[in-house]
Design a binder for this molecule. Structure first.
Ligand code: GLP
Length: 240
């Protein structure tokens, strides 16, 4: 696992955007795995700027998002669908039909999860997967558990995640369940890029890099990936 540490969030975002740009230039029809949360926002802004400057195009790009809340209307302001529209998709030339986000309102969650995995496979797999990390070491919504998870599935969120993410749900209750790519889905990506910034992530990053490789800290599995890069700011890296 490669680790790079930056003294500013903007420099970190530029580096992350460089890695995206490189993937897109090598293959304009690349398949990107995308993440939500605060961590990737600067990177998405940087990608939007590069798109506006004519340096990159998303016209032939396909995307798969990591996760989506269950039982939250797709157009709710807190859905990950809305997040992606606001922070990236609505501002670049990606084709709506090439965008994939789990349907958290599916009648049959197992069928939805299986169809999502099949769609990733049919697209040729993910070339570059972007990740944030939860304060408990979760990636996507793969919460600490007794075993690493496999493909996309529905998960009950932990109290610590509900506490961390509730701040966004000011006028509605935060969902208790989500659909998420599993650990195996994430590990199948050809390249993985994890972004972590701020003191609140320092312990999770310590456990990811220095602790045992265990499903109790899901991100620790990334040490087994051939091509995983951690981009950290000095605060997130402060316990290393
Ligand atoms: C959520 C998402 C994760 C994300 C994590 C951290 O739980 N499911 O994909 O990495 O939060 O979010 P943030 O970047 O806002 O700290």
């Amino acid at each position: 696992m490669q680790i790079e540490i930056f003294d500013s969030e903007l420099k970190l975002a530029e580096r992350a955007a460089d890695l995206f740009e490189d993937t897109i230039r090598k293959n304009p029809a690349a398949v990107l795995g995308l993440a939500t949360g605060a961590s990737p926002v600067n990177t998405y802004n940087e990608l939007i700027e590069r798109y506006r400057a004519g340096k990159i195009s998303f016209a032939d790009i396909t995307t798969f998002n990591l996760d989506e809340y269950c039982d939250l209307p797709r157009d709710d302001k807190n859905s990950y669908y809305s997040f992606m529209q606001q922070n990236l998709f609505g501002k670049v030339d990606i084709r709506p039909e090439n965008v994939h986000i789990e349907n958290g309102n599916a009648d049959d969650f197992d069928a939805e999860a299986a169809a999502y995995d099949r769609a990733i496979e049919a697209a040729g797999g993910i070339d570059l997967q972007l990740l944030g990390i939860g304060t408990n070491g979760h990636i996507g919504f793969n919460e600490p558990a007794d075993a690493f998870t496999d493909g996309t599935f529905r998960i009950k969120l932990t109290e610590s995640t509900i506490k961390a993410n509730s701040r966004y749900f000011t006028d509605s209750e935060m969902p208790r369940y989500a659909l998420t790519m599993g650990i195996a889905s994430i590990m199948h990506a050809k390249k993985i890029l994890l972004i972590a910034t701020g003191k609140a992530k320092a312990e999770a990053i310590y456990n990811t890099v220095k602790g045992p490789i265990t499903p109790r800290c899901p991100a620790s599995v990334l040490r087994l990936h051939q091509n995983a890069i951690l981009l950290l700011d000095t605060e997130a890296a402060s316990l290393l």
